[in-house]
Design a protein around this ligand. Structure first.
Ligand SMILES: [Zn+2]
Length: 76
């Protein structure tokens, strides 16, 4: 019987309002897999400081960019 290890990625944000308690239970056995799962979930992970989707500087990968249509002008 083997041990099942799950890496937990936790948000490293700390600031004047305290620390973020958000964690991601990746279910992965290795850090690399855990970070991969975290990045897929919108985390900024694996670069030394791990930040949850609410605190990283990048939008979640599931959010499509807003496309404007400047060619569709209302004054036809
Ligand atoms: Zn956070």
């Amino acid at each position: 019987m083997s041990l099942s290890v799950s890496v937990v990625v936790s948000c490293d944000l700390s600031g004047p309002y305290g620390t973020c308690a958000r964690q991601l239970h990746s279910g992965a056995a290795t850090e690399a897999e855990a970070y991969e799962a975290a990045v897929r979930a919108g985390w900024d992970a694996g670069g030394g400081i791990d930040l949850c989707p609410g605190h990283n500087r990048h939008p979640a990968p599931t959010t499509p960019p807003i496309r404007l249509h400047p060619e569709e002008t209302p004054n036809a």
